[in-house]
Write a protein that binds this ligand. Structure first.
Ligand SMILES: Cc1ncc(C[n+]2csc(CCOP(=O)(O)OP(=O)(O)O)c2C)c(N)n1
Length: 328
């Protein structure tokens, strides 16, 4: 296959595989959490896969991603393997952070995953810092912050966007607006439900996009990445999406804050089945390829789970390692 058609074939395959990998890993992790295999909290990304996937498809290993407590999807889309992710959540030596950090301490700087984090907000400042560093070094890389609507009211949002704006820093601020911060509706926590519109307050570009449409996210991100690399400054992207599982595993998926009907409505807008239908209607990738991708991913995740469950625990004697910088 040549030219545009060939590029779309490869892109669509990558997007489908990445979203399906995130979904499969997350559903397995939810099951493992109930089985007591996961140490610490587990916030899944089910329903929001198109955001990390659409953005990360435009990044290189040199671009620095700063993530959140809901960061498994960002880690996988940036290139962490299911095996290294699952082993980390199981607390094993073979995990991406050698079993020391778990879900909210996933680090792989060699591929630009600069960390998931349990603290809501600072990733925005860290991404601005990465953009500042890239600008000084003139290395063409960019900083990316993924954060939820809950971070928009945090002071870090104002400081990070303002700093990036005044220095024209190469940064993408990606707000994953899933309508709730834990169980608090964004409509309660803000008088302005339109996050993208806030960009104008900082004099930067703001784009609102359907966060369950992976191609729309990818298109918005590609334009923002191109502008950032060209020295044209930061962009705020608001990806409107929804998490269909509870805030964290073990909590209720519905309750006083949202109804079962609302969750069911959003399941109808599932980003993976929507993308599958679109691929098939446009004929970019044959159905047999999509089926093969699914069976390959399931096999990979099966193997990753088996390996993680059999992997050794970190040696207790190494607990103080990596806590303080070695001095001479
Ligand atoms: C600074 C800080 N304040 C409060 C919390 C407690 N907390 C954990 S998750 C969360 C909600 C975050 O919501 P949002 O940013 O919208 O992300 P989502 O969970 O919806 O993906 C809060 C308030 C925290 N972790 N850090």
């Amino acid at each position: 296959m040549h030219g545009d058609r060939g590029e779309r074939f490869e892109l669509h395959r990558w997007l489908y595989r990445t979203m399906f990998t995130i979904r499969t890993v997350e559903e397995r992790l939810a099951r493992s959490f109930m089985a007591g295999l996961i140490h610490g909290a587990c916030h899944t990304y089910v329903g929001e896969e198109a955001v990390a996937t659409g953005v990360c498809a435009g990044l290189t290993d040199d671009d620095a991603v700063f993530s959140t407590h809901r960061g498994h999807g960002h880690a996988l889309a940036k290139g962490v393997s299911p095996a290294a992710l699952i082993a980390e959540l199981y607390g094993r030596e073979t995990g991406i952070s050698h079993g020391r950090g778990g879900s909210m301490h996933l680090f792989a700087p060699e591929i630009g995953l600069m960390g998931t984090s349990g603290i809501v907000g600072p990733c925005i400042l860290q991404a601005a810092g990465a953009g500042y560093s890239a600008k000084l070094l003139e290395n063409g890389s960019i900083g990316v912050a993924f954060f939820g609507d809950g971070a928009v009211g945090n002071g870090a949002f104002h400081e990070g966007l303002n700093l990036a704006a005044i220095y024209d820093l190469p940064v993408l601020f990606v707000c994953e607006n899933n309508l709730y911060a834990t169980e608090v509706p964004f409509s309660y926590a803000s008088r302005n439900p339109d996050v993208a519109s806030r960009a104008s307050g900082y004099g930067i570009a703001g784009i609102g996009v359907d966060g369950n449409d992976v191609l729309a996210v990818h298109e918005a991100a590609t334009g923002a990445i191109r502008r950032a690399r060209a020295g044209e400054g930061p962009t705020l992207i608001e990806a409107r999406t929804y998490r269909t599982r509870p805030h964290a595993e073990g909590m209720s998926p519905t309750g006083v804050y949202r109804t079962e009907e609302e969750v069911a409505e959003w399941r109808e807008k599932d980003p993976i089945s929507r993308f599958r239908s679109r691929i098939l209607s446009e004929g970019t990738v044959p159905e047999s390829d999509l089926d093969r991708i699914e069976s390959d991913v399931r096999a990979e995740v099966d193997e990753a789970e088996r390996e993680a469950a059999a992997a050794p625990w970190p040696d207790g004697g190494t607990a103080p390692s990596h806590v303080y910088r070695e001095t001479t």
